[in-house]
Write a new protein. Sequence first.
Length: 152
Amino acid sequence: MTIERPEGAGDPEFRFDMSSMGPALRAMDRLGMLSYGHEPPAWPKSADFGLTSADFVGAADGRVSETMRTYEAACRAVAAWHAEPPTGIPDHKIGGTNDGWIVTPAEIRAALAALAAQPEEAKAGTFAEHPRWDEWIDYLTRAAAHGGFRVE
């Protein structure tokens, strides 16, 4: 899984491989950094916009119709959807798919606040559980200050 910041300074991405994503999610869950039970809007269906495979081929070649622009804007709106108030990073954004979810600065700040509120003994062993933990938390801190990140 690649996590990309849409904007901002610093490293543009943070990569998890198959073996490191699970431990990171388990640590985030254990430390209260994830939020659950959010139901994002349904992804738009291209057929509802009257799009065909030719529209997608044209878009790949740089010929983007107004209908395709409208469809892409609807997809971006779903990817950026977030619960109010955020209580952490929604599990559906980071734990399941690479659908281009946008994790907002507010969601990241809520996750980092949950981490900061944990007693030191709760955090103990997290680095052994996930060797890149400090690097990941540093990335989250920077992403919160620079527009969040996209899960790809």
